[in-house]
Design a protein around this ligand. Structure first.
Ligand code: ATP
Ligand code: MG
Length: 322
């Protein structure tokens, strides 16, 4: 197939004094060229572990137990790390990390950080690079003169825009954004999201957009991946997942989205209970202890992700029994 990114049966665990935290536990998903995948799920479900594994910046105690990640057909997990950093990082895959404003080094001017990104990867003159930097700033709606400023002289929204401009400097095929807008106020958040979407449409890169806020994904994503406690519980076309959520967890998440039109009629429903301890997860389905539809088998056997119809997959005993 023509997948740009193909994550196959990935397991990334964290080693602790007492065992392994199964943060990403047998996750498989794909992303096609020029498409956007939204990855959502509660805090601690393994979203950042997934993206740091893709970008190969996992914490020291992380262990990739099994699985592979193919990007343009090459296995980027087993690729020599030096080669990965030289050929893939920024040039092919750009990463906007959680708390990405920290990406900007406080002691350097914006333009110096952007220059370094270009000059360490490409053999171009400084003048050419500066021209590209000004263009990149224009693309994200930041005035040229901000290039001469230090990060602390900029607003949160401006810094975030600059990080986005930096991620696009080398024209990558894919951007991975981990909660890129979470630290911003709601209005700035909406503007940045709109900006990312319009850049994605005009420049046709693929994007993995990670957020704990499922409501953000309806307008940006082509596909949705829902994670729960280290597992992928639902994966499919955005319209299918929103209009016909199959996993009870996805159904509850969607019900919990405050709908402005309905706010008066509908109460916000929080999902009762807590996610399990990932060092000692439940034997069967990890959602079973909180699941309104749980049956005996759910506590016994792990449900596998399987196709419900078309591009729509779910891991739930209750659904596959229907
Ligand atoms: P959030 O929405 O809060 O960013 P997340 O979905 O990104 O959460 P991760 O950061 O991937 O979640 O964490 C997944 C699990 O791994 C959590 O239970 C977390 O406590 C655990 N974890 C993360 N980093 C480490 C580490 N270095 N050592 C041990 N456990 C870790
Ligand atoms: Mg995270």
């Amino acid at each position: 197939t023509d997948n740009l990114l193909y994550v196959d049966s990935l397991k990334t665990y964290y080693k602790t004094k007492t065992g392994y935290v199964k943060a990403v536990d047998d996750v498989s998903l794909f992303l096609d060229r020029s498409k956007v995948i939204g990855v959502a799920g509660e805090s601690g479900c393994g979203k950042s572990t997934l993206v740091t594994t893709i970008f190969r910046v996992v914490p020291k105690n992380a262990h990739i137990m099994s699985g592979s990640i193919k990007f343009k057909g090459q296995d980027i997990l087993s690729m020599d790390i030096k080669r990965f950093r030289k050929e893939i990082v920024w040039k092919e895959i750009a990463y906007i990390p959680q708390a990405s404003m920290d990406v900007l080094d406080p002691v350097y001017k914006v333009k110096d950080q952007m220059l370094e990104t270009i000059l360490t990867h490409e053999d171009v003159s400084k003048a050419e690079a500066m021209e590209r930097i000004y263009k990149a700033l224009e693309n994200v709606g930041v005035p040229h003169e901000k290039a001469d400023m230090f990060p602390y002289e900029l607003s949160g929204g401006q810094r975030q825009r600059i990080v986005i401009a930096m991620s696009l400097l080398l024209n990558p095929s894919m951007i991975v954004s981990d909660e890129a807008t979470t630290a911003l106020d709601v209005i700035t958040q909406a503007k940045i999201l709109e900006l990312m979407k319009s850049l994605q449409e005009s420049r046709k890169f693929s994007m993995m957009f990670v957020t704990h806020d499922l409501s953000l994904l309806a307008n940006v994503s082509d596909s949705i991946a829902i994670m729960y406690a280290g597992k992928l519980v639902e994966f499919g076309d955005v319209e299918k997942v929103f209009s016909n959520p199959l996993h009870p967890y996805t159904q509850l998440l969607i019900r919990a989205i405050p709908n402005i039109a309905m706010r008066k009629k509908k109460r916000l429903v929080a999902i009762p209970g807590y996610p399990p301890d990932l060092e000692n997860p439940p034997k069967g389905c990890r959602f079973a202890p909180r699941c309104p539809l749980a049956m005996p088998i759910c506590n016994e056997r792990e449900p596998e992700l399987s196709r419900a119809e078309g591009f729509h997959y779910v891991a739930c005993h209750a659904v596959s029994k229907k």
